[in-house]
Design a protein around this ligand. Structure first.
Ligand code: ZN
Length: 160
């Protein structure tokens, strides 16, 4: 069973840093695989629908997006979990939508955040395969929230 990692909380420096890209030599490594396994276990244990490596004190550009209904997000659509390494949002739709967000690093606070309805994203798999795809609605919201973490931004910074 994978280890559950401690989750950094708002106010800690790690959450304000720009995370470093995963390097070519790290793709396909046991280290990267185990990081993804531990991040997934930590996210599931806390009823998250996404997680970013800086939240578990690893300042690297790795996120997991895993929308599914759970006690924190009962209306979330079901999708297979996706591990995204070095994700880059290539395009944001002009159309935005408001939606409630929370964060494993910001306990007991939620807020309405405007996000692009649709995004185009490029990322790499753990093995280093390049993927370009589109996300819409709640999964697109999760991607934007998690990529923010890689740039030192929390959803509370986006509340108007
Ligand atoms: Zn978060």
């Amino acid at each position: 069973m994978a280890a559950i990692l401690p989750v950094a909380q708002r106010g800690e420096t790690i959450l304000t840093l720009t995370a470093a890209p995963v390097s070519a030599s790290e793709f396909g490594s046991e280290w990267l695989l185990q990081l993804a396994v531990a991040m997934t276990a930590t996210m599931l244990e806390r009823n998250g629908v996404g997680i970013a490596a800086p939240q578990v004190y690893i300042s690297k550009r790795v996120i997991i997006v895993a929308s599914r209904p759970n006690p924190r997000y009962p209306d979330a659509p079901e999708m297979d979990a996706v591990v995204m390494v070095n994700p880059e949002i290539l395009a944001f739709s002009e159309q935005t939508c408001l939606g409630e967000e929370g964060c494993l690093s910001v306990v007991n606070q939620r807020g309405e955040v405007a996000r692009a309805q649709t995004i185009c994203i490029r990322y790499y798999t753990i093995a280093g395969q390049r993927v370009e795809t589109t996300f819409e609605g709640f999964p697109a919201r999760i991607v934007q929230h998690e990529v923010d973490h890689l740039n030192g931004v929390l959803f509370v910074d986006r509340l108007t």
